[in-house]
Design a protein around this ligand. Structure first.
Ligand SMILES: *[C@@H]1O[C@H](CO)[C@@H](O)[C@H](O)[C@H]1NC(C)=O
Ligand SMILES: *[C@@H]1O[C@H](CO)[C@@H](O)[C@H](O)[C@H]1NC(C)=O
Ligand SMILES: *[C@@H]1O[C@H](CO)[C@@H](O)[C@H](O)[C@H]1NC(C)=O
Length: 883
């Protein structure tokens, strides 16, 4: 039928090859093209007058396209409200001006083959001055009774090995990564490659050169092959790399996996687009096993930010196709914002089910002041605190670092242990690694009040996750480990509370007023749900919530399992004054691992009861991930573009359009940005719960862990009746839940049936296509801030331009459009206090010298479109996955 795409790509003259995107001369977009609808990508590109530049990283059907910059078109702005030629062209394909246009059906199917369209902007990542580096003291080797025998036996001559307490801790021998016995067994990471996604890697360091793997390295900031640290503070990646792969020689110390390879993927030293970030997270992903990521949204206790659709796609692609299908291992530092009240469940990278989230414990095994807590924390590994830092390699030929620390040093220590495990068991999948983490983690500070028993008798803590990563135990368990069965999931329909609704853009209305004691809502999972979804054993739980609030930091969210196990998903954040609430924010908990998930799950949303700061609970959606019953019929999880709407949007067979310049306001500083200056010296603690759980009703509402459900007052559904039925209200609650579930199931089946009919090719006859999404209200909230940021980035220096771009958001009437696939609300959430430093050196965006547009896809000026913008959704809706 059609040529395989790669062939087409090579043959066609419509494609320019440009690895460097020239944002000065062109506007860039990402276009998701469904090749099964009919029109080829090059036909679509022609009609939209864009050139296809390249594929997005390793992502199928996602393409970077561009169009030469032109002065904003007044004509188009009037027609389409924003003046963006590409969106106008797409809109005109969808809604031809002349109804009898013979080309109408072709145009329509071209429009339908565009699943997602988003304009690309550059992002600025903020960095901060590093702490001063002190030269290492000269230690007397004879004063190292534990290290010396290891050095003698393994022929270690690295001068700072004796100061690497995370490897051999002379003072607190029970607190170390516990890997030297593995080295003794010959387990040193041979054959495993870890990429440090960071600010560069000094491959000329004598401590790293021999273990540096150049093919897996790339500089996405300066668009070069080698990740050369160039800025004065580009030493973070080198330090993290040393923790994993510092060579056993006579320079500094050794890495945990000192015979493994390290690669550097430089993204933190300047601006980067989502396209590049997506490519970075899949770079050389067949050969690179582990991506060690010591960065994230600002740890300021105010930010709430998740990866964009494109980056989520890359992470999912990594776990599904990386390492030849075993899955890339993404290790993320939990964040350094604990002193600011920050929690890792407000960071969409650390609360992803696909990442291994590592918090820190210190030299004495205590919880350091900076290390963030949350229900998504899986493990802790050693880092700075209680008087000591992490000693490792530094930038420079033979420089060593002695002030490294924070959770960004804990994550590479864990990555090093994973490298050891993969060197003996390369067949472990990304989920096997997480299972091993849960099962081999060790309890520390057992009197810490933060520990709580899970339904299956393990202990879990928001501070420590399942506990401390013991390298020896983890790797020896890996040697014996039986692979888990493929992943299964149950995605329950979103529960709408009191007509609470939200557009895909996060514009929320309705819902139930939140009272200080909390409002609750429940949903029940039955054996049937499990059977239908081929679901055996539970691993991760995610909870998506729609909540409005005058002050987001006042809101607390928790989920209580049928067995009475409570996960605190959001505790108060005193510095979070944001007023946008939680527009479809997704929390994650690993606390319910292996729990029997059948029965009634209860969500409780409360606030501190300040009279002038109130909010509404609009709805929630529960998803459960685990293993399959029958591995032979396992499916492959797909992201939905619709999951942010409440009620869930049906899946009409049509394109998704997002013209929201969604990436402009993101900034991912290194976690060191909020790391307290005294992170190494400050004494840790082990006697405080992570979250000050002062809500008086907690004990009352908390069912006992006896295995029987003790229903809770369901104010969410029966507030009117509650005074009447008092003690019996749970009866009504249960009946209501059953009824609701039935109704939901009915709607679900109906919609599914409809979806299937459409999938069968009848979609064009259904008038509802445009209505479902187009009918949803939309507004342009946050517009001024976007403009402000545009200006801050210096991308658009005249008013016209800025207007044009902010206009993009305000003008797209189809609710389906702006922000689809992007966490729009979360990008806006950063209040003006968020450090948003001045742009660092401008994006290097000269066109590739050798590049000349070979031919052109531009056939005609677009802009004859009606631009009414009723846009419909795509066929890959959320309902599909629920089956
Ligand atoms: C290292 O692991 C082994 C096996 O679990 C254990 O016996 C030993 O105490 C551990 N040492 C440390 C320092 O954790
Ligand atoms: C990656 O590994 C494959 C074999 O699994 C090999 O053929 C290929 O050359 C490797 N790539 C690089 C860049 O070394
Ligand atoms: C929800 O909407 C329905 C129909 O639109 C209406 O009848 C009902 O009263 C509403 N309920 C609430 C609590 O607003």
């Amino acid at each position: 039928m059609r040529l395989p795409f790669s062939l087409l790509f090579l043959l066609s003259s419509h494609y320019v090859r440009a690895l460097r995107h020239s944002f000065e001369t062109h506007d860039y977009y990402v276009l998701e093209h469904d090749p099964h609808i009919g029109p080829s990508l090059s036909q679509v590109a022609s009609r939209l007058s864009v050139q296809v530049v390249e594929r997005v990283g390793e992502l199928d059907n996602l393409w970077v396209v561009r169009i030469p910059k032109q002065p904003p078109s007044t004509f188009l702005r009037e027609r389409d409200g924003n003046g963006d030629r590409v969106f106008a062209a797409l809109a005109s394909l969808r809604n031809p001006v002349f109804a009898r246009d013979p080309d109408r059906h072709v145009a329509r199917s071209m429009a339908d083959s565009v699943k997602h369209l988003a304009r690309q902007e550059l992002r600025q990542r903020v960095k901060r001055a590093p702490p001063p580096i002190h030269p290492g003291d000269d230690d007397d080797p004879s004063a190292h009774p534990l290290a010396q025998p290891v050095m003698d036996k393994l022929d270690i001559h690295d001068p700072l090995f004796v100061r690497q307490w995370h490897l051999i801790n002379e003072e607190y021998p029970e607190h170390m990564m516990n890997v030297s016995r593995l080295w003794d067994m010959g387990i040193t990471g041979t054959g495993v490659i870890t990429a440090l996604v960071d600010d560069g890697l000094d491959y000329e360091s004598e401590d790293l050169a021999d273990n540096f793997w150049a093919p897996g390295s790339h500089d996405y900031n300066d668009h070069e092959d080698l990740p050369t640290p160039k800025l004065p503070d580009d030493h973070h990646g080198t330090r993290c790399a040393g923790q994993i792969g510092a060579v056993k020689n006579n320079v500094c110390g050794v890495g945990i996996a000192y015979n493994s390879k390290v690669a550097g993927v430089r993204i933190l030293s300047g601006t980067i687009s989502d396209v590049d970030e997506a490519a970075a997270l899949n770079f050389q992903y067949h050969n690179t096993s582990i991506y060690s990521c010591s960065w994230g949204p600002p740890d300021d206790g105010r930010s709430m930010e998740a990866p964009s659709y494109l980056i989520e796609r890359a992470i999912l692609n990594g776990v599904q196709n990386g390492r030849d299908g075993r899955g890339s291992i993404f290790v993320f530092a939990s964040g350094n914002g604990a002193a600011h009240g920050d929690q890792c469940n407000f960071d969409g990278y650390t609360n992803s089910i696909y990442s291994i989230t590592i918090a820190a414990i210190d030299f004495k095994g205590l919880h350091p002041i900076y290390s963030e807590s949350c229900a998504a924390n899986l493990l802790v590994a050693y880092s700075s605190g209680s008087g000591n830092h992490i000693v490792t390699t530094d930038k420079g030929r033979s420089s060593c670092a002695t002030t490294h620390g924070g959770t960004s040093a804990a994550a590479p220590n864990a990555a090093g242990v994973v490298a050891l495990a993969l060197s003996v068991r390369p067949d472990l999948t990304w989920r096997d690694i997480q299972h091993l983490a849960v099962r081999t983690a060790e309890i520390i500070n057992e009197d810490d009040p933060d520990w709580d028993k899970t339904a299956v008798g393990r202990l879990f803590s928001y501070k420590y996750g399942y506990g401390r990563l013991n390298g020896y135990k983890f790797v020896t368990a890996a040697q014996e480990w039986q692979l888990v069965k493929p992943q299964a999931w149950v995605e329950l329909p979103a529960v709408q509370v009191e007509n609470g609704s939200s557009t895909l853009n996060g514009e929320m209305s309705g819902g139930l007023a939140i009272v200080p004691d909390g409002v609750t809502s429940t949903i029940t999972i039955t054996q049937d749900d499990l059977d239908q979804n081929n679901f055996e054993a539970l691993e991760h739980v995610t909870v998506r919530v729609w909540i409005t609030h005058d002050r987001r930091g006042d809101v607390e969210v928790e989920i209580i399992s049928p067995n009475g196990i409570k996960s605190i998903l959001a505790a108060r954040r005193r510095d979070d004054l944001n007023r946008d609430g939680f527009p479809a924010w997704r929390f994650m908990s690993v606390k319910h691992w292996d729990e029997d998930l059948r029965g009634t799950w209860t969500i409780r949303v409360s606030d501190i009861g300040a009279e002038d700061r109130t909010g509404h609970f609009l709805g929630w959606q529960l998803s459960l991930f685990g293993s399959t019953i029958d591995a032979s019929i396992a499916g492959e999880y797909q992201l939905s573009l619709f999951e942010k709407a409440l009620p869930s949007v049906p899946s009409p067979n049509g394109p998704i359009v997002s013209d929201r310049p969604s990436t402009t306001t993101k900034a991912h500083p290194k976690p060191t940005d909020h790391l307290p200056g005294n992170h190494g010296e400050a004494e840790g603690e082990a006697d405080k719960p992570a979250f000050d759980d002062s809500n008086p009703t907690d004990d009352a509402t908390r069912p006992t862990a006896s295995g029987t459900m003790i229903p809770t007052a369901d104010e969410g559904w029966f507030s009117d009746m509650s005074s009447l039925v008092s003690n019996q209200k749970w009866v009504f609650g249960a009946a209501g839940v059953v009824l609701l579930f039935g109704v939901m199931a009915g709607i679900f089946l109906c919609r599914r049936a409809r979806h299937h009919r459409r999938a069968a090719g009848h979609y064009s006859a259904l008038p509802g296509d445009d209505v479902a999404l187009g009918a949803m209200p939309r507004g342009g909230s946050g517009t001024p801030r976007t403009k402000e940021l545009y200006d801050a980035f210096g991308e658009h220096d005249d008013d016209d331009d800025a207007d044009e771009n902010t206009g993009l958001r305000a003008s797209s009437p189809g609710g389906a459009g702006p922000g689809l696939g992007f966490h729009e609300g979360f990008l806006d959430d950063e209040d003006p206090h968020t450090p948003r430093t001045a742009p660092t050196p401008a994006y290097r965006d000269e066109p590739d010298p050798g590049e000349a547009p070979r031919g052109s896809a531009i056939i005609s000026p677009a802009g004859s479109g009606s631009g009414s913008g009723s846009r419909s959704g795509s066929g890959d809706g959320s309902w599909v996955h629920a089956s």
